[in-house]
Design a protein around this ligand. Structure first.
Ligand SMILES: Nc1ncnc2c1ncn2[C@@H]1O[C@H](COP(=O)(O)OP(=O)(O)OP(=O)(O)O)[C@@H](O)[C@H]1O
Length: 374
């Protein structure tokens, strides 16, 4: 697993290649195909009408009076991943994620959860889906002010019909899990904003949903508490491996917590990839501009920097795992004074030296394996 060097933890991006890799054999939780959500008059005709479906957002609005909040979007969310939906305000993030459980009704397209057609679910199945299978954690948690912390956490379980003793026990367990032990008897008004968010998180976790859907849950928090909560999410994810879909407009947040990121613009996904793919190989100028200020050495790994080993190099020098961040590799190379080997399972995959590491930092790396762009 990649680690950040001390003092260089602006965007820690610790994840294994397995958790970050795209599909290969991974179980799909949500499968979305050609999803559209159009607001406005006769919205349902827009996706089918090729003469208007390709118009820009502004042209579409002018010609039809409709807003296409989500336009022909397809993707899979894999079991156990943190899937981040990122984009500027108005790019369609909330609409897209609400369509997953039909909190917003899609205009057209397919949504499946665990192979089941969400668009065909009746009212009861939908209620079950939202309560137990894919629970949403909102920015404003809507805590009940007159109830204690533990009763707020138990509330969802009460609705599910769980008995008092059992739900108390479960709620206490969740309060502990999110770091609020000792505060069980307080009321929301006696908690800080960050602590209230933790109560909301504990309440969502208590229902033990297969997927947690977060809609910008931390955007109202001040930066330090926000950072705490991001770490909390990463910790919970590591401990439980629960699938999470997380909306944010904050790139640093997306890079910090996401296994994969779907970057949206005007209702479309312009790039879907790991943080390393998005930062290292932006799909177009829009994405390139979006990630321009990201400290690359804190996101990209030595896989991207390494070059083939020359005679004798494969047997000497410090060994680094292939997921070592460039920032850590810089430290290792600087300390050793020479090149380092990138080693996986005893096999030398390549070499990183001063030049190839600097190429990545200076954005002179056009492609993986240290081939310098022409
Ligand atoms: N009920 C609605 N009626 C009409 N247009 C809507 C409606 N809901 C959303 N929109 C429009 O759809 C587009 C996408 O909105 P959405 O809220 O999904 O974006 P977002 O990326 O989540 O934005 P934010 O980060 O500001 O929450 C916007 O242009 C918005 O104005």
């Amino acid at each position: 697993m990649a680690t950040t060097a001390a003092g260089a933890s602006e965007i820690p991006n610790a994840r294994t290649p397995e958790s970050a890799s795209a599909a290969d054999g991974r179980e799909v939780v949500f499968s979305v195909r050609h999803l559209w959500k159009v607001f406005g008059p006769k919205a349902e005709r827009i996706p089918e009408d090729t003469s208007v479906a390709k118009l820009s957002v502004q042209e579409l609005r002018e010609q039809t009076g409709c807003v296409a909040a989500v336009r022909d979007v397809s993707f899979d969310v894999h079991k156990g991943e943190v899937f981040v939906v990122m984009g500027l305000s108005g790019s369609g993030k909330s609409t897209l994620v609400r369509c997953l459980t039909r909190l917003i009704e899609p205009t057209s397209g397919e949504v499946e959860m665990d192979g089941e057609d969400v668009c065909a679910m009746d009212r009861n199945a939908l209620r079950e889906l939202r309560r137990r299978r894919a629970a949403m954690v909102f920015q404003h948690f809507g805590l009940l002010p007159h109830r204690t912390v533990v009763d707020n956490v138990a509330y969802g379980l009460e609705i599910q019909g769980m008995g008092k003793a059992e739900r108390r026990e479960k709620a206490n367990e969740m309060v502990d899990k999110v770091g609020l032990a000792g505060m069980e008897k307080r009321r929301p008004g006696q908690l800080s904003g960050g602590q209230q968010q933790r109560v909301g998180l504990a309440r969502a976790l208590a229902a033990d949903p297969e997927v947690l859907l977060f809609d910008e849950p931390f955007s109202a928090l001040d930066p330090l508490i926000r950072r705490d909560m991001q770490e909390e999410v990463v910790r919970l994810h590591r401990e439980e491996g629960r699938t999470m879909v997380f909306i944010t407009h904050d790139l640093a947040e997306a890079l910090r917590i996401g296994d994969r990121i779907a970057l949206m613009r005007d209702g479309e996904i312009v790039q879907l990839g790991t943080p390393e793919e998005i930062v290292g190989s932006p799909a177009d100028d829009y994405v390139r501009d979006f990630v321009r200020d990201v400290p690359r050495e804190q996101v990209l790994t030595v896989r991207r920097a390494m070059r083939p080993a020359e005679d004798g190099e494969a047997d000497e020098g410090p060994a680094l795992g292939p997921d070592t961040l460039i920032s850590d590799a810089i430290e290792a190379v600087a300390r050793s004074g020479g090149a380092a080997r990138v080693v996986d399972g005893g096999r030398c995959l390549g070499i990183v030296d001063h030049a190839c590491l600097l190429n990545v930092v200076a954005r002179l790396d056009g492609a993986p394996h240290g081939e310098v762009a022409a």
